[in-house]
Design a protein around this ligand. Structure first.
Ligand SMILES: [Zn+2]
Length: 56
């Protein structure tokens, strides 16, 4: 990994969205539950949930 950030104070952590596979960068809103964040957006979360829902 090459850190060639211009003007950024710190390198923020990032992870991959479990639904769309896009890289999501740490957000302040996720500070409390970053470890539990799996999806980049509500849309991805509900899409993944819908997919995992057992077809009753
Ligand atoms: Zn996503």
């Amino acid at each position: 990994m090459t850190a060639s950030f211009k003007g950024n104070k710190a390198q923020l952590p990032s992870k991959t969205c479990q639904a769309c596979q896009r890289t999501m960068t740490w957000r302040k809103a996720w500070a409390k539950n970053w470890d539990e964040v799996k999806y980049c957006s509500d849309a991805c979360r509900s899409a993944a949930k819908r997919r995992q829902m057992p077809a009753a």
